[in-house]
Design a protein around this ligand. Structure first.
Ligand code: PMV
Length: 323
């Protein structure tokens, strides 16, 4: 058993296939070079301490038996992760967990999934329990579902494997398809979206329009498969069209917003190959695929349209132990 461990995991950006992936369909996600960093110390008492200033938790301590809904929001993923790890491997010990993110939790880069991955990975090191990526995924996915009830798990896979992944909802298939950086510009709308609410809205729409929504999902599947082929063959300049098609379909599902549309139109007007929202919609970020020479003008156009450009590199390394 070790007394202290430091772990980091990347944030993520959904590239293609959001929402339909919740229904067991495929998507493409990339890990970004802004990371969540977690330190876990073994303590002498039996409680779990948490210092997570990025989500408003300066110093918090509670028993692991505290029900998740009685904990402050910012503590739930960490506690769910510890609970699931402890009950699976029958280990006990007090812990002090400190989290620090390179990115704001507002951006929708997946701070809750990356923190969950960091905590489970750190505990496996602390207690000398070998777990492979698939096992790590299963425990993390259960923890995230325990807290938020819905989700495909794509963000957890990105935090674990890194790179750019082809992912099928629930983790039925997880395949790294590229480690290269993609020609992306990311714009933040300034609006924090609530993923669970948007997932429920799409589910409501599907209830009353089953045939239509499922055929939209079928088309998104074929867009994902096309983008998959383009990425594997390094044909990155052709990702604009699938991005535009995917955006049109997300708009028809009702998850785009005027702010997202403004940034997307601005990016395309400034020479991007194509652009779309990334993630649940309702705010958060948009992405644009850009030719090399147009990066600056696309960034400028996004800022002029009211967005904030976030500088990231895609295809980042997955979870790792830090010195
Ligand atoms: O809002 P984000 O970036 O966490 O993305 C959500 C993507 C969804 O497909 C809508 C939900 C999911 O869990 O796959």
């Amino acid at each position: 058993m070790k007394n202290k461990i430091k772990v980091s995991a990347p944030g993520k950006l959904m590239l293609f296939g959001e929402h339909s992936v919740v229904y067991g369909r495929p998507c493409i996600v990339t890990a970004v070079n802004q990371r969540m960093r977690v330190t876990v110390d073994v303590t002498k008492d039996s409680e779990i301490g948490l210092m997570a200033p990025d989500v408003g938790i300066k110093s918090f301590k509670a028993s692991i038996l505290t029900p998740l809904d009685k904990l402050p929001k910012g503590a739930r993923f960490v506690f769910a992760a510890v609970k699931n790890f402890k009950s699976r491997f029958k280990v006990t010990s007090g812990l002090l967990i400190k989290t620090k993110s390179d990115f704001s939790s507002e951006f929708g880069f997946g701070s809750s999934s990356s923190v969950t991955v960091c905590v489970i990975k750190a505990l496996s090191q602390i207690f000398d329990i070998e777990i492979n990526n698939n096992m790590l995924f299963d425990i993390c996915y259960k923890s995230v579902i325990d807290v938020q009830g819905v989700g495909s798990g794509f963000d957890i896979a990105a935090a674990i494997w890194g790179g750019t992944l082809y992912f099928v909802g629930g983790g039925k298939k997880i395949k790294c398809i590229s480690k290269k950086e993609l020609p992306l510009v990311v714009g933040y709308t300034g609006i924090k979206a609530d993923t669970a609410t948007l997932v429920k809205e799409v589910s409501q729409l599907r209830k009353s329009n089953r045939k239509q929504v499922d055929s939209i999902f079928d088309t998104i599947d074929s867009i994902v498969n096309k983008a998959h082929k383009l990425i594997v063959s390094n044909n990155l300049n052709n990702l604009g069209e699938p991005a535009n098609l995917n955006q049109g379909l997300l708009d028809s599902l009702g998850v785009s917003t005027p702010e997202l549309s403004r940034l997307i139109i601005a990016a395309k007007g400034a020479g991007a190959y194509g652009a779309k929202l990334s993630g649940a919609g309702g705010g958060d970020c948009m992405i644009a695929f850009v030719p090399n020479g147009k990066r600056k003008s696309v960034e400028k156009a996004i800022e002029k349209a009211g967005g904030k450009v976030i500088s990231i590199k895609s295809g980042a390394e997955g979870v790792r132990i830090e010195k």
